[in-house]
Design a protein around this ligand. Structure first.
Ligand code: NAG
Ligand code: NAG
Ligand code: NAG
Ligand code: NAG
Ligand code: NAG
Ligand code: NAG
Ligand code: NAG
Ligand code: NAG
Ligand code: NAG
Length: 389
């Protein structure tokens, strides 16, 4: 269902007006648009401050942010209505604010399908947060529509070419992730966790935009991670737990220099985990248990690494000798071997060391007493010898 408004369309220098169903008119000022939106939402109590009869400046109304406009006046640039109980679909008038860059309707109970037809007219939109609502149905194929990469711009709808953040986590969206998302040229943050999405990620995701964070946990996505995820070198977080991903990780993730958090637990990844990842300078968190990774855990890890969970894989290698920031290390049921490092003081911040069911041999070094913060230690199911210090 599409809500179109009166749209000025310039074709060959002639201004045409294409008419459609509409809850407001483009000519109306931002104050009238706010009032129209409030009305579209059934005049909810939470928007009582949006009172057309009050003398107050509409830029001071709840959730409304303005900036100085080009022509001297103030224009609405942000609506932050998170946590307000609105539960009505998006009024068509939303994009009558020609300067709207930020729209936050998270936790509002927004129902229906993804309001594409309405939102594509918000051509200045950079930040779109519709997380934790009850949106259902598929993401529209044309969500990234009208990117220059796909040829000409269409004149009747605006587009989301300036979008940097798309947050739709905790809804009930289904279907596959449209390839056109990967064509939004400025998109850096994609949060789609906790929906019912399935199928493979678009093959060129990350190639055409400066992707920095992608959250897709708790869906039913499958296939490999695209080779292009870190193509622009901006990626710092991948959150893909609890899906059905498989195959090798792209080897070039080992060159993804800003990567901080890699969270891939509970999938079906296999093959060698790219060893260079462990040395990435910014790396802090690696959570990859319950896959089928092989490969070697190197003895020296990135000095920023704090948290490693890698249980139930088939890693070989030994316990890291040096990882000065490491707090938690969980590696149960792998094929790590060798002895515990004689000098454990280089792991001084460890609070949890759990690596049962590996092939660790030799004694427990006396230097383990230097781990003053150690809360839990599980070395069962190995071939340790000698006394407990
Ligand atoms: C608002 O949009 C108008 C028309 O596109 C533009 O001239 C003006 O500079 C914009 N103002 C702000 C603050 O973005
Ligand atoms: C989701 O939104 C509801 C209100 O609709 C709120 O009570 C809940 O705390 C939100 N959950 C999260 C994780 O933000
Ligand atoms: C994107 O942002 C630029 C710079 O603020 C602006 O000129 C342009 O109109 C915006 N919209 C689109 C669709 O490019
Ligand atoms: C989500 O969608 C599924 C089927 O697609 C449906 O069974 C379920 O009730 C929906 N959940 C909510 C909270 O709407
Ligand atoms: C996951 O998606 C696949 C199709 O890719 C489908 O066959 C399967 O039933 C889905 N599983 C769940 C738990 O939804
Ligand atoms: C995962 O994908 C495989 C096929 O690749 C399918 O047989 C299996 O049912 C999927 N698992 C889930 C939980 O959907
Ligand atoms: C790992 O591989 C084994 C054998 O190939 C298979 O039986 C098992 O289901 C796989 N586990 C995961 C989590 O993919
Ligand atoms: C070790 O932990 C302490 C206390 O939390 C912290 O101040 C220090 O920076 C940590 N050292 C490293 C190398 O991370
Ligand atoms: C140590 O790990 C083994 C194997 O996972 C487990 O059975 C045992 O309960 C753990 N011991 C403690 C004290 O947590």
């Amino acid at each position: 269902m599409s809500n179109t408004c009166l749209l000025p369309v310039v074709i060959g220098g002639v201004l045409l007006l294409s008419a459609g169903e509409c809850s407001s008119q483009l000519a109306a000022g931002d104050r009238d648009t706010l009032v129209a939106i409030r009305k579209g939402w059934g005049n909810p109590r939470r928007l009582a401050s949006w009172d057309p009869d009050s003398a107050s400046d509409h830029c001071s109304w709840d959730g409304v942010m303005c900036s100085d406009g080009g022509g001297g006046g103030r224009v609405v640039t942000e609506l932050s209505l998170s946590d307000m109980k609105l539960t009505w679909t998006l009024p068509a008038a939303m994009c009558d604010f020609v300067n709207l860059t930020r729209l936050d309707l998270s936790n509002t109970g927004l129902p229906g399908t993804f309001p594409g037809a309405t939102l594509y007219r918000c051509s200045q939109l950079r930040f779109l947060d519709l997380a934790n609502n009850t949106l259902h149905g598929a993401l529209p194929r044309d969500i990234g529509n009208l990117s220059p990469l796909r040829g000409e711009m269409s004149e009747d709808f605006g587009n989301l070419r300036n979008l940097t953040l798309l947050s739709l986590y905790m809804n009930n969206l289904t279907g596959t992730i449209p390839a056109s998302i990967g064509l939004l040229p400025k998109l850096s943050t994609i949060w789609l966790d906790n929906n019912n999405l399935f199928g493979e990620l678009p093959p060129e995701l990350g190639k055409h935009s400066p992707l920095s964070s992608i959250g897709i946990s708790n869906n039913n996505l499958s296939g490999p991670l695209p080779e292009t995820l870190c193509a622009n070198g901006e990626l710092y977080g991948i959150y893909a737990s609890n899906n059905n991903f498989s195959r090798n990780l792209p080897a070039n993730l080992g060159d993804c220099v800003l990567l901080q958090e890699l969270v891939l637990d509970n999938n079906r990844f296999s093959g060698d985990f790219p060893e260079k990842i462990w040395l990435l300078p910014e790396l802090e968190i690696v959570m990859i248990p319950n896959n089928n990774f092989t490969g070697v855990l190197p003895a020296v890890l990135s000095s920023n690494i704090q948290h490693i969970e890698m249980g139930n894989n088939m890693f070989s290698g030994s316990i890291p000798r040096t990882a000065i920031s490491l707090r938690g290390f969980w590696a149960e049921n792998n094929q790590l071997d060798g002895e515990l490092p004689a000098d454990m003081s280089k792991l001084a911040n460890l609070t949890d060391l759990s690596m049962p069911d590996n092939h660790i041999t030799g004694p427990i070094p006396a230097s383990i007493k230097l781990l003053l913060n150690l809360n839990s230690l599980n070395l069962s199911g190995n071939q340790l010898t000698g006394p407990i210090p």
